[in-house]
Design a protein around this ligand. Structure first.
Ligand SMILES: NC(=O)c1ccc[n+]([C@@H]2O[C@H](COP(=O)([O-])OP(=O)(O)OC[C@H]3O[C@@H](n4cnc5c(N)ncnc54)[C@H](O)[C@@H]3O)[C@@H](O)[C@H]2O)c1
Length: 371
């Protein structure tokens, strides 16, 4: 089964429209690879400009620069963020779409895609198996978020992160706590360590303790009476009793921190509260909290999404799109993940490239949206 055509299979790359979204779904390096594989690549005019990739660079590796309508008529449409209802309406019936669909948000996108019989691959649904690692855009982007969060913290903090010896005396290393040790948290630990901070970390999944130590940080171990390990490597939500216990036990540790990078998330649930207002009041003046869960309500109730605010003398950073703050590398990683995914979706035949049945491979079968 699949789409067999004598003319070349077209891949279209749309320009992102969400405010502040500077990434692009493919880069000139990857377009070069796709055209060599036999795809015709259509790039919306200035799609890469916010990520510092020019139309001329795409053209020089064989892409055509076209308008959005032409991109939307492609066989495979690539985007970072989900398309609008208007864009979906302009897509071909039965086309393939690859992007983050933000599947937990019920805003009618899934219904519109299914109504047009679009084979939409939700990147957040790529299964966490070894074979799919090179296609896991959620992880590549979380990694960037973890790095950038530490850079933001360092920029907002009025003191040094490392031990500093100067002609005017020395500064002690800062005490940095990382909450939530998934992909972003691990990268935040590694980055804070590289900057010389004294790093502590905590996660409800006990298996993270070894990972924390292997990066040269110290695990914070709490007895909250239950484990938070859930399915597929993700965390599960704690009982109300365990949540209250966790907040109370964490309070003393957190109030001693100079910088907190907090990343705790449960898929499709509001972010758990780990840093209460009382803890913020107890932190030293000028301390910084970077809340990577800001888009999901925050791990601190004082965080404001997309704002940097000062509450009780503590700076709370609530950016919601760190990868877009590093758009060149974020786009490069994203584009590579997508190219690896496309590799398992098509067969090369005498008639040219043919789209496989997405149900046949466990990776595409898990990621394609279903009614
Ligand atoms: N291909 C693969 O095998 C693969 C790919 C990506 C991630 N992973 C693994 O999946 C796991 C989850 O990673 P993620 O980055 O998607 O996580 P995530 O973004 O879903 O959540 C971030 C972290 O928050 C933690 N958390 C949730 N509630 C918490 C609470 N109340 N208190 C403290 N911490 C809390 C979670 O345990 C998780 O480690 C990690 O072990 C990661 O290494 C595996």
């Amino acid at each position: 089964m699949g789409l067999t055509r004598n003319d070349k299979m077209k891949i279209g790359v749309l320009k992102e429209t969400v405010p502040g979204e500077c990434r692009v779904a493919s880069t000139p390096d990857i377009v070069k690879k796709l055209t060599a594989q036999g795809f015709e690549v259509l790039i919306e005019s200035s799609a890469g400009s916010a990520a510092h990739f020019t139309d001329e660079e795409y053209q020089s590796v064989g892409a055509q620069i076209v308008d959005a309508q032409t991109v939307l008529a492609a066989d495979i449409v690539l985007k970072v963020r989900k398309p609008s209802q208007e864009q979906i309406a302009q897509m071909r019936d039965g086309a393939v779409l690859i992007c983050f669909i933000e599947i937990c948000e019920d805003d009618g996108t899934l219904k519109a895609l299914l109504a047009k019989n679009i084979k939409a691959i939700a990147l957040e649904r790529i299964p966490r198996i070894s074979r799919a690692q090179s296609m896991d855009a959620l992880s590549s982007q979380s990694n960037i978020a973890g790095y950038r969060a530490v850079i933001e913290a360092a920029a907002h903090y009025g003191r040094f992160l490392p031990l500093m010896m100067t002609s005017a005396g020395s500064a002690k290393p800062s005490r940095v706590i990382i909450l939530g040790v998934g992909v972003a948290g691990l990268q935040a630990i590694a980055t804070a360590r590289r900057l010389g901070a004294d790093v502590y970390a905590y996660d409800i999944r006990p298996e993270t303790q070894e990972q924390i130590q292997s990066l040269g940080a110290k695990p914070i171990v709490l007895d909250i009476g239950e484990s938070g390990s859930g399915e597929g490597g993700y965390a599960k939500e704690l009982s109300e009793e365990a949540k209250a216990k966790q907040q109370a036990l964490l309070a003393d540790e957190l109030s001693k921190a100079h910088v907190i990078i907090t990343t705790a998330l449960i898929p499709c649930r509001p972010a758990p509260t780990l840093i209460t207002e009382d803890v913020v009041k107890r932190m030293r003046e000028g301390s910084v909290i970077v809340d990577l869960a800001a888009a999901n309500g925050g791990n601190c109730p004082l965080t404001e999404a997309d704002q940097v605010v000062n509450r009780h003398g503590v700076i709370l950073v609530g950016h919601t799109n760190y990868p877009a703050m590093m758009p060149s590398d974020a786009s490069a990683f994203f584009a590579k993940n997508i190219a690896n995914l496309i590799d398992i979706m098509v067969d090369k035949t005498e008639d040219g490239l043919v789209l496989k049945d997405l149900a046949e491979d466990e990776i595409t079968a898990a990621a394609v949206i279903k009614p």
